[in-house]
Design a protein around this ligand. Structure first.
Ligand code: THU
Length: 161
């Protein structure tokens, strides 16, 4: 028997002053995007802003549905849009922020399980890490250099071979 440990390292920033200029502008754009979410049921509007390898950005927002499970998270909306607009182009980074009509937006949120699996697929597809920049409107900012860290021991296409 062997006991194994999975660990990962991420950055916690007290404010934007220690982020790169690129990260700050991506985060600001994610906050702006959140305002365009369609979230009439949860009143929790999420914005994702993706930075593509060519320097272009692509936005995603959560898109809810009266049949709740049909709704799509901002991260997956953004990844689908990026893959459609720039087929075959790696995603370098994604900033995610949110507005919460029922509460505060003062801490980072992290992608849900389905989004983590989707992120893992994109990372594997392009063989390049996707950097996550996660923050509310205010508060601390988390930077996760490799989104795969959020889904250790993940299932992938390799398992289907
Ligand atoms: N949501 C996202 O879009 N991204 C996340 O990272 C967490 C949750 C959405 C799904 C749903 O529309 C609403 O937020 C409340 O869960």
């Amino acid at each position: 028997m062997a006991t194994k440990t999975a660990r990962f390292t991420y950055e916690e920033h007290d404010d934007e002053s220690t982020l790169s200029k690129e990260e700050v502008s991506l985060l600001h754009a994610a906050r702006e995007a959140a305002q365009h979410a369609y979230a009439p049921y949860s009143h929790f509007r999420v914005g994702a802003m993706l930075l593509m390898e060519n320097g272009k950005t692509v936005s995603g927002t959560n898109q809810e549905n009266a049949s709740y499970p049909v709704g799509i998270c901002a991260e997956r909306t953004g990844l689908s849009a990026a893959s459609s607009l720039y087929p075959g182009m790696p995603v370098k980074a994604i900033a995610v922020s949110y507005d919460n009509e029922l509460g505060e937006s003062d801490r980072p949120i992290t992608p849900c399980g389905i989004c983590r699996q989707t992120l893992a697929e994109y990372q594997q597809r392009f063989g390049a890490p996707i950097r996550l920049i996660l923050a509310g409107r205010t508060g601390k900012i988390w930077v996760i250099p490799d989104s795969n860290a959020l889904l250790p021991l993940s299932f992938s296409g390799d398992d289907l071979k």
